[in-house]
Design a protein around this ligand. Structure first.
Ligand SMILES: Nc1ncnc2c1ncn2[C@@H]1O[C@H](COP(=O)(O)OP(=O)(O)OP(=O)(O)O)[C@@H](O)[C@H]1O
Length: 312
């Protein structure tokens, strides 16, 4: 938090839980008159009104302007309720930043994820078999929608955040779902983090270092994919793809499918596509492989992708 120097005015995403309560308090103390808060009311759980009340009382006491955004975070089929809520929340933050008037325009938004959240994200990525992009976990800073986003607590342990809050005499609302071990993240927090603490006391720092190595590697792979896609064309030409190593083919194909078709192949689908590419040496060789909601096919000298649902 010491090195955190955001462009002001700053808005803090305030859920009412310990972490964002602490972040708002620290920021309001550091930059009086330059900080505001955004609370998103999901209406998903009975405790939502308690969260809102806590946020209103806290902001009144700190004399911090508060915007409460009500959202409908119902999830689409195939999407987890947590992902839907997170996506809707980010959209709500962006809408508030966009609507902030010129005089008090929000330049940065800070979120309160801390080092334990980062370790949980990394372990979740490992449990899904993620590649380096997933193992990069959460970035500390990024830019989107003309706003700088920050996670200033990413190197601070969860217990330190709560200890600081207690020392400040500040209360918070405990999210009742945080102890529900039906959620994987909560099982990681309750069962794995204490075991990691016992086995590797420095795990928060060392895991964070691995995540930032992965982030750097992911950036390089992305740059290489852009260069290779410029070489093969989009959609890519089969003969030019075949001139690349198998690892580079995999990298550029993943990139092409993501940027051009917003789809990600499974490891098995990509493996099959690479095998087909290697075998594609005759004019008549057909390629037709399911990827995401559609198919990668051969179309003359190139690959192509189509979604049959969109064609009808
Ligand atoms: N309903 C919300 N309204 C505003 N900001 C939110 C809300 N939910 C989460 N955030 C922001 O996003 C961050 C990450 O959310 P996440 O749900 O992972 O954590 P959290 O357990 O809610 O954190 P906290 O201890 O602050 O409640 C929060 O620390 C907070 O800054």
């Amino acid at each position: 938090m010491a090195a955190f120097s955001p462009a002001l005015p700053l808005a803090v995403g305030l859920s009412g839980g310990a972490d964002s309560t602490a972040l708002l308090l620290a920021c309001a103390q550091k930059w009086p008159g330059q900080v505001q808060a955004i609370h998103v009311h999901h209406g998903l759980q009975a405790a939502a009104d308690d969260f809102e009340q806590h946020c209103r009382a806290l902001c009144r006491r700190l004399q911090v302007p508060l915007t409460v955004q009500r959202i409908d975070a119902r999830h689409a089929s195939g999407e987890s309720p947590e992902d839907a809520a997170r996506r809707a929340r980010y959209k709500a933050f962006e809408a508030v930043a966009l609507a902030s008037n010129a005089q008090n325009a929000i330049h940065s938004i800070a979120l309160a994820q801390h080092a334990d959240d980062q370790v949980e994200t990394l372990l979740l990525a490992l449990s899904r078999g993620a590649g380096v992009a997933g193992l990069a976990a959460m970035p500390a800073d990024w830019e989107r929608g003309g706003v700088r986003w920050h996670r200033p607590l990413l190197r601070v342990a969860g217990v330190q955040v709560r200890d600081w809050l207690r020392a400040q005499g500040q209360d918070w609302v405990e999210d009742p779902t945080n102890t529900d071990e039906r959620f994987t993240r909560n099982r990681i927090r309750a069962q794995l983090l204490p075991a990691l603490d016992a086995a590797f006391p420095a795990f928060r720092d060392t895991f964070a270092r691995s995540a930032s190595h992965a982030a750097q590697a992911a950036e390089l792979l992305d740059e290489l994919a852009q260069q290779d896609l410029a070489l093969t064309g989009s959609p890519p030409e089969i003969r030019l793809l075949q001139g690349l190593s198998r690892a580079r083919q995999a990298n550029v194909l993943r990139h092409w499918l993501r940027v051009a078709h917003a789809t990600t192949p499974s490891a098995a689908q990509l493996g099959e596509l690479l095998d087909q590419l290697a075998a594609c040496t005759t004019r008549g060789h057909r390629i037709h492989i399911k990827v995401g909601r559609g198919f990668v096919v051969r179309s003359g000298p190139r690959l192509d992708w189509y979604n049959p649902e969109v064609l009808v």
